[in-house]
Design a protein around this ligand. Structure first.
Ligand SMILES: Cc1cc2nc3c(=O)[nH]c(=O)nc-3n(C[C@H](O)[C@H](O)[C@H](O)COP(=O)(O)OP(=O)(O)OC[C@H]3O[C@@H](n4cnc5c(N)ncnc54)[C@H](O)[C@@H]3O)c2cc1C
Length: 475
């Protein structure tokens, strides 16, 4: 690698210090060691939606609690940061997940492959579906694949293949829940496009899921699909901040960017304080609605498309109990709540079963996830706590007062990849072509999970470094 003398105009600025922005700064520093890199975060802490509290022996995650191992970018970054040995899977001994159905918890059928139930005897035994619902599900083996190529909603697709009952009782809470979304609005192409591929390649969703299940090793002790560091996802954030500081990346908290403009080949950024900074390349890793405001003068059309990506607000409430205060064992990862049940909670994770090391012996940690697209929820801590306790009382008969509770409010946190999202992305990408050296990263575009966000940061760096005229940024 040839090192050239530092050219002071070789500046990269990353806007937004969530996992996408931190990753972008990390890959920029790794791949472009000569550039001056600055990371600007509007808030007073790093990590964005990653918010871990360690208190009295509990590890409480306010935002994400784990990441998908099958998308390689999360584990790969952890290994680079030296966290590989600290990654834990979920508890392999008590893996059940339940679904709330007519106010009672029913086990999810076994053999989920890519979130599609593929164990036929288990489906036949399940109380989540009526007999006609099961027969309708079976029709998936006979129905021909859809001929036309256009996008459709997740709800329409699953209902077409497996029937509306299977969608509402089984698939909706699992899949829409990931986005806190409305499955009848979510774009299949932007969320679970592989399901359409399975339909095309195997002629049926269930046949495709069965084929995939055969490929996935099912041996006991096989690796978990989800990973998380020992004392929470903040370990990744803390490591990134440490590495970036060591690599002399300028890290600035409380530095909200209000505007970006272009003057010949340089971008000029204005902060809320009025301070201006210049850079050859800029990565905006703030949520799409914040990116929209930042670019609104530079490119009003791009701003309008970015602001058209809707976001849902959610909250999590974590509650700790003495085991002896719980009327029933928490014998699984928790439960999901179908939209049709009409509850205000979306899901409940039995954290101390899913990750036993996250609560001290003799204690249980539970997390209630509240809020979904199209639903309003109370927006203050005491009402949310009351709502979570009511949910636990109704479903798990827990009446004891928690020994500890934490409420996290996430306003406009979950982007909704609704029908039309692929077209929005195409327009956004075409607009970015007009602005060499400008790239977007983060959860608003091509994946909301942590590995996707990390990957988006890496791709944004690749894009700005590969751009003609910015060869000087690459080491
Ligand atoms: C409750 C909850 C649970 C979740 N669970 C999981 C899970 O278990 N697994 C998983 O993989 N994913 C999960 N997700 C999704 C995942 O956490 C997020 O998609 C991801 O963390 C988003 O990262 P990001 O960097 O794109 O955005 P953010 O984390 O939102 O970071 C963007 C940053 O930009 C900053 N910013 C905004 N405007 C400006 C500006 N003008 N100037 C400077 N900075 C600005 C913000 O302050 C913020 O820090 C969950 C999300 C939530 C809310």
């Amino acid at each position: 690698m040839v090192k050239r003398a530092l050219n002071p105009v070789n500046r990269i600025i990353v806007i937004g210090g969530g996992i996408a922005g931190l990753s972008a700064a990390y890959y920029a520093a790794r791949n472009s060691i000569q550039a001056e890199i600055t990371l600007l975060e509007s808030g007073s802490h790093w990590g964005g939606k990653i918010a871990t509290e360690r208190v009295d022996g509990f590890v409480i995650e306010g935002g994400p609690d784990t990441f998908l191992a099958t998308k390689p970018w999360g584990a790969a970054l952890c290994r680079e940061l030296g966290l590989g040995e600290r990654l834990h899977g979920t508890n392999p001994r008590q893996k059940s997940t339940y679904v709330l159905h007519r106010n009672r918890l029913q086990p999810l059928p076994d053999g989920l492959a890519l979130m599609i139930p593929s164990d036929i005897p288990s489906i036949l035994r399940s109380r989540l579906l009526s007999l006609p619902g099961k027969v309708r599900m079976g029709l998936d083996f006979l129905l021909p694949p859809r001929a036309s190529d256009g996008d459709e909603s997740l709800g329409a697709f699953i209902s077409r293949r497996l029937g509306r009952e299977a969608y509402e009782n089984l698939i909706e809470p699992l899949m829409s829940g990931i986005y806190a979304g409305d499955g009848d609005q979510l774009s299949l192409a932007s969320t679970f496009s592989y399901l359409r591929d399975l339909e095309r390649s195997h002629g049926s969703l269930a046949r495709g899921a069965l084929a995939m299940r055969r490929k996935i090793p099912a041996a006991p002790g096989s690796r978990s699909a989800f990973l998380t560091p020992t004392t929470g996802l903040a370990e990744i954030v803390e490591s990134l901040v440490q590495v970036l500081s060591a690599r002399r990346v300028t890290l600035r908290l409380n530095a909200p960017v209000s505007l970006i403009m272009r003057h010949s080949s340089l971008y000029s950024l204005t902060l809320d304080t009025g301070e201006t900074l210049t850079a050859d390349a800029v990565i905006i890793a703030a949520p799409a609605f914040a990116a929209a405001k930042i670019v609104s003068s530079l490119d009003p059309g791009l701003g309008a498309d970015l602001s058209a990506i809707p976001y849902a607000s959610t909250a999590t409430v974590s509650l700790a109990y003495r085991q002896s205060d719980l009327p029933r064992p928490l014998d699984g990862y928790g439960y999901v709540i179908p939209r049709r049940e009409g509850r205000r909670a979306l899901a409940c994770t039995w954290t101390s079963t899913k990750f036993p090391h996250r609560a001290p012996d003799g204690h249980a940690l539970i997390r209630v996830f509240v809020g979904r697209a199209g639903q309003t929820i109370p927006w203050n801590e005491s009402d949310l706590l009351a709502l979570a306790r009511e949910e636990l009382q109704q479903t798990l008969d827990i009446t004891a007062k928690p020994i500890l509770s934490r409420v996290f409010l996430w306003e406009k946190a979950m982007p909704q990849y609704n029908l039309g999202h692929p077209e929005l992305l195409r327009r956004i990408e075409a607009a970015l072509e007009r602005h060499p050296g400008l790239a977007l990263a983060g959860n608003g575009y091509r994946g909301i999970g942590i590995p996707d966000c990390i990957h988006s940061g890496e791709l944004a760096v690749e894009k700005i470094l590969n751009h003609k005229g910015h060869e000087g940024l690459r080491s």
